[in-house]
Design a protein around this ligand. Structure first.
Ligand SMILES: Cc1ncc(C[n+]2csc(CCOP(=O)(O)OP(=O)(O)O)c2C)c(N)n1
Ligand SMILES: [Mg+2]
Length: 227
């Protein structure tokens, strides 16, 4: 998937809503890695100029795979870039669910009121690998993940819910049972869904496929026959 490619499209959709006089706004989520792409800049710039009803929500977890934030940006924060695009830039503790909810609610209200876009930077730490092919122990400073675990947003919210008597062990057990059943149901549904023919991968991209692609398609079909 092309990082950040959805951001100009989010602005197009939001601006389109305005032009048609339709209610609604667009909320686009992305990682700090996407914020280092040209698409992010173009999207923010156009949204600021056109006052498109869009919220750019960046989960800044400090890493784009193995590239730290300090090598992605010479600026102080992502939120600080908002001023350059003519929109508020809001930095929020990404590990505080209630704060994130409130910031998102306000940004959405701004968009719906015709006041234009907002850039939200939710600061957090990546507790795991980027993908199964990634080994963060090769580049993450020792102790960083352990320290971040102490601020695990799920544990933090649970502690607050328990302290305010909104949650207890019984609710935990019920939620776990519900989640297990939901996952089981989703897996069964997936298993029962017919798979599309992988050869479709080569169709509907070019009216006249280039020779290179035709060769790849033929090689794929030959290999499949061989199996
Ligand atoms: C346009 C584009 N350039 C490069 C890549 C390769 N790429 C895949 S993920 C990634 C970094 C993503 O960073 P982030 O969203 O912060 O993910 P995290 O490491 O936090 O999981 C890069 C550079 C890509 N997919 N698309
Ligand atoms: Mg990241």
């Amino acid at each position: 998937m092309a990082l950040g490619a959805h951001l100009p499209q989010a602005v197009g959709l939001a601006w389109g809503l305005r032009l048609r006089g339709r209610p609604g706004m667009v909320l686009a989520y992305f990682g700090d890695g996407a914020s280092s792409e040209g698409d992010f800049h173009e999207a923010c710039n156009l949204a600021g100029v056109r006052k498109a009803p869009v919220v750019f929500f960046c989960q800044n977890n400090g890493w784009a795979i193995s590239v730290p934030w300090s090598l992605q940006s010479g600026g102080e924060s992502l939120a600080a870039r908002g001023a350059g695009y003519g929109m508020p830039g809001v930095r929020v503790d990404g590990n505080d669910l209630l704060a994130v909810y409130e910031v998102t609610r306000q940004a959405r209200a701004r968009a719906l009121a015709g006041e234009g876009p907002t850039l939200v930077e939710a600061v957090t730490t990546r507790l795991g690998a980027h993908t199964t092919a990634d080994d963060p122990t090769r580049y993450t400073p020792a102790g960083q993940v352990e320290a971040a675990r102490a601020r695990d947003p799920i544990a933090r919210l649970r502690a607050w819910l328990v302290a305010t008597r909104r949650w207890d062990d019984e609710a935990d057990a019920l939620a776990e049972k519900w989640c297990d059943a939901e996952i089981e149901r989703a897996v069964e549904e997936f298993d029962a869904t017919p798979r599309p023919d992988p050869a479709l991968l080569f169709d509907h991209v070019y009216a006249d496929p280039p020779v290179r692609l035709q060769r790849q398609r033929e090689a794929f079909l030959r290999e499949r026959e061989g199996r």
